[in-house]
Design a protein around this ligand. Sequence first.
Ligand code: SF4
Ligand code: SF4
Length: 446
Amino acid sequence: MSLLDKVFDAGLVGEGGAGFPTHIKLNCKVEYLLLNAAECEPLLHTDKYILRNFAGQILDALKETADLVEAGKVFIAVKAVNTEEIASIERAIAEKKSDARIFKLDNYYPAGDEQMLVYDITGRIVPPGQIPLKVGALVSNAATMLAIYDALSGKPLTHKFLTVAGRVKRPAVLRAPVGASFAECIAACGGAGIDGFNIIAGGPMMGGVYHGVEAENLPVTKVTSGILALPGEGNFIARNDAATVRQILSRAKSACIQCSFCTDLCPRRLIGHSLRPHRIMRKMAMMDFDKALEADDILREALICCGCGVCETFACPMALSPRQVNKYVKSRLKGERFEQKEALYPSPMRNYRKISPKKIMARMGLLEEYANWEENYIELAPKRVRIPCSQHIGAPAVPVVSAGDTVECGQLIAKAAEGKPSANVHASIPGRVVSADSVIVIEREA
Ligand code: SF4
Ligand code: SF4
């Protein structure tokens, strides 16, 4: 069986982002294969754990993947400050006589944005709205590569390593079955030590924000890399979550001083993309949406915003949120594309405008959480899991089990939709199927 078939069977999706099915992504030929282990979201420690503990497996999977996509150059991108992780990879490279090379990244946010990564390593700029393949590169994150290693021996993706941190009593890297509830993950770490907390699914910069009471209904999925319990007030996330786009624009009418710091510090802008959030903000604050759209192409630039949040968390001196405005504009322009007319060239100021994660955490009021990390490791074994059939970009998988069936851990429970981008889904615990619709519920038998 080919590697692509094994990856398809194992139900792999990109674990570092929106969950694009891996068997489709790997069906290409490239010059560069880049392992993204930058882990640039400030409060997460999952990739670092994987690098320290599974460097050999990562190298084996990289070799197989490089052969498949015919990549002659293989790089493992890790921040230079992560010396323990670098030492672990160096030992594995020596042991396996691997051709993979380590690329030491600067400690800035968002070093792990794949377009930053490609530029930092290859010097090539991915055009706006395109993917790294356009410039001969394939980027995969550390967790996905470890899942490829498992898939090589026929093991499907059923468990996730994830960071549980913030104000939990005992922050940890957890190994949890897909479908475990966020509430159980937080409880396994001693619970949130605060009342009225927010939950962030992912990192503090780009993760989804939920209220603490929702934890019971949020399941770990194949793309969950972290769960953060953060105070529901007194920090940037809580304030920003409470503001609507209408409120932001209403404030921007008088408060946006058109300083253009949001544009000057925008990481995508700094590699040459034509994205000017200060101009989008001005148009949106001062003009009706349809008129602004007719006037020129400025609003369409929002389509190439990656949502990194540098503009709102660090750049804007007036506490406005260009990111949220861009997100709104994107939703209005769904299905449209942005074509850059100007030549692509990076800003000569880029190196001086890289922002350290610690500075961003200080601005966001999360320095205490940033410092509060002492690694523990926990294996979670819940009695019940709720596994969504859609954990990836594309069509949901189709259930192949029914209520009352008994399943083993690793058994196929939903098949990738035929002829569409989709991914298989497997049972993450052994037990009895309680219900099987868009979400498949399994309970361990006593
Ligand atoms: S979120 Fe802001 S800083 Fe990030 S890419 Fe979009 S406009 Fe640029
Ligand atoms: S940084 Fe803030 S105040 Fe300055 S132009 Fe951007 S949105 Fe306006």
